[in-house]
Structures are given as structure tokens and as C-alpha cells.
Design a protein around this ligand. Sequence first.
Ligand SMILES: *Cc1c(COP(=O)(O)O)cnc(C)c1O
Length: 384
Amino acid sequence: MRHTSRIEISKSAYRRNIKFIRSQVGDDTIISAVIKGNAYGHGIENIVSIAENAGIRHFSAFSTDEAQRVHQASQKDSQIMIMGMVDNRDLEWIIKNGISFFVFEFDRLMTAIKVAKKLKTPAKIHVEVETGFHRTGFEWNEKEFLADIIYEHGIHLDLSGLCTHYAGAESIANYLRVQNQIKQYRNFKSWFDSHGIKFGTYHTACSAASLSYPETIMDMVRIGILQYGFWPSQETYMSKFKQLAANRKNPLKRLISWKSSIMSIKEVGMGDFVGYGTTFMAHRKMKIALVPVGYCHGFSRMLSNLGKVLIQGKMVSVVGTVTMNAISVDITDLKDVKKGDEVVIIGKQKNNEITVASFSETTQQVNYELLTRLPTDIPRKIVY
Ligand SMILES: *Cc1c(COP(=O)(O)O)cnc(C)c1O
């Protein structure tokens, strides 16, 4: 059966992005590909396959269900790490399959030890410490108790990592907060060092931190948005601008293109309202194309009378409100448009391009949000 739209994922773009990331983090740092949120909308299975072909052997998920999809898709025995939600009842599967996970609560730690003991397989844990993000992480005053547990149950634990996450490394407004976090992380590290507790990897950096705070690049970086070809923020791009100016080219390339086709065409007279309500009145005799993509497909209602798509390589405007399954676009000035013609919602057509960033400009929707709201049931295809 045919879907109303389709998404293409470029593997050559991915390779190029990894090459750039590698140039930033050095040869000795593990790049963990963050695949939460259905791999930022790209499809976990697609990204695991493309990434493994590009040499990636480490993946970061938010939750166990995502980790399970990586586990099933992986062909190269890659390491999988869960950074967020783990239900204690899933620990058995996780530990049995050698999947590592963040630990930031004694409850999870004690259960992990119990399960590891039962399975006679050490639990691979990443101890997350609180440095100022204030979401998850062991507090400074919990470290002694934590160390005691590690001393006592060490044989059931594989101390895979010591980690933290920064509270907004993509914006200079958070500079002081991030600096304090780096300091506090170092305090934790030295304290564990001086108490004889060593971790397999030390990792703190996401995409923005890797670019803007190179001192946060340690044994491993957890890279999400960059690998998909997007800058974490305009600001991060600007801060790299000087360095990039030398080759005058954006080193990142978007993987994703989103396409549909014209469903039907209709002529309307001057003064006619198009679609629900009265938000758009034809100011002349017009030709309107219906495109079967609406807010249920992730095309925000906020793009009513604002959004653009490409047809015949030309930018055309959404007229009227975005409805659940469709938008109307103004094709009055295009010649020979017919039903079935390609419509590009994100991507290139002839000499024009609609970027993901252009959505943020009109709707404040950040690229992270737009991508992850693309429904999983739109078919995705890997292309060159
Ligand atoms: C999402 C996430 C990342 C990756 O963030 P990007 O900005 O996409 O690089 C890294 N670490 C943690 C803990 C995360 O939740």
C-alpha cells in the first residue's frame, strides 16, 4: 500500500558528518551515536545500519525499548548504553545482553547488583553524577555511600563509565552554569580517583559541548543531532564559523528528505475561502493543490498560512489552515502542474531547498522537535 508521504535517509551524508565529528573529537575518542527519539526521527534500524557501516560501534538510547531495537538491528556486536529510563523488571534482559546503563539512584544500583549476582554476569553501569543539570545524578553527599556499595559489591559491577550531562551547552547564556558543571564533574572524578575507584570511560559531552567546550571531550562523546547533519543551535554554528571559514562550506549535511505528491488540483474564484474557516480568502482566481500531509504527520498547525513546500523546484505557500491530513498550497503561478507531481516538504528540488531550520524560523519549533515528531509510520528509505 502506498503512504501519503515518504522519507529518504542519505548514508553518504551520514559518513560526511561522522568525518567532521571525528575531526573535532580526535581519533582516540569513542563516538557514541545517540539514537533516542527513533534516532531523531530517522528510524533506529536505519541509523544503526548506516552508522555501523560508517564504523560506529557504540549507541546511546534513552530507554530499554530503544536499546532492544538497536540490539536487534545491530550486525556488528556494537555496545549499547541506556541513558535514561530503565524499569527494574527489565534489568535481567539488559544485564544478560551486556547492555550498559546509567545509574543515578540507589534503588536501581541495588537491584542491578541483585540481578547481576543471580545471573553471574556483572552489570555494566555508568555512574551519573549531579553537576548542575538537576534532573538525574548522584549528589555530592552521596558519594561515600556509593563508594561503599562499589567496594562491597564490586565483583557484580563493571564500572563502564562516570558521566554527566550539561544543561544547555548550545547557548552562551549557560556558559557559567556549564563551567561550574565541568568543575564539579572533575571534583567527582578526582574524589573517585583518590579513593581507588576507576571507571572504564569518562564521558560528558553531547554535540554542542564537543564543539564549544573541547575540554569536555574525554574517552567518549555522546553525539545526537550533529550526526544527523544539524547544528545544535545557530549559536554553535556561529561559534565554529571562524574555523569553518577556511573551507567556506558547511561540513554537515542533512540526511533526511521528506516528500509527498499532489493529491488533487482545484481552481477557486476570487473571494473564495480556502479550507476550514476564513483564514484564507483567494485574492484572485487561483489554482490550489492539495498535498496529503497534515499535522498528524508532523506538519505543524502553526504552519497554517506560513509553511512552504517545493513543487517543480519552486517555493509555494500553504494557504489556509493545516488540517489533520492535508495542506492546500498555491500553485497559481506554476505551469503544467499535475496530480501526482512530487512535493518536497524537507529537502532539495532542482535549485531550491527547504531546510529543517526554516521550520524553526516560522514556528519556533527547534530541529530536535520537528524531527522527532515525524511519525514512525511514514516509510523511510535509505538512499545514497
Ligand atoms: C540527547 C542526549 C545527548 C545528545 O545530545 P545532542 O545535543 O543531540 O548531541 C547526549 N547525552 C545525553 C544524556 C542525552 O540525553
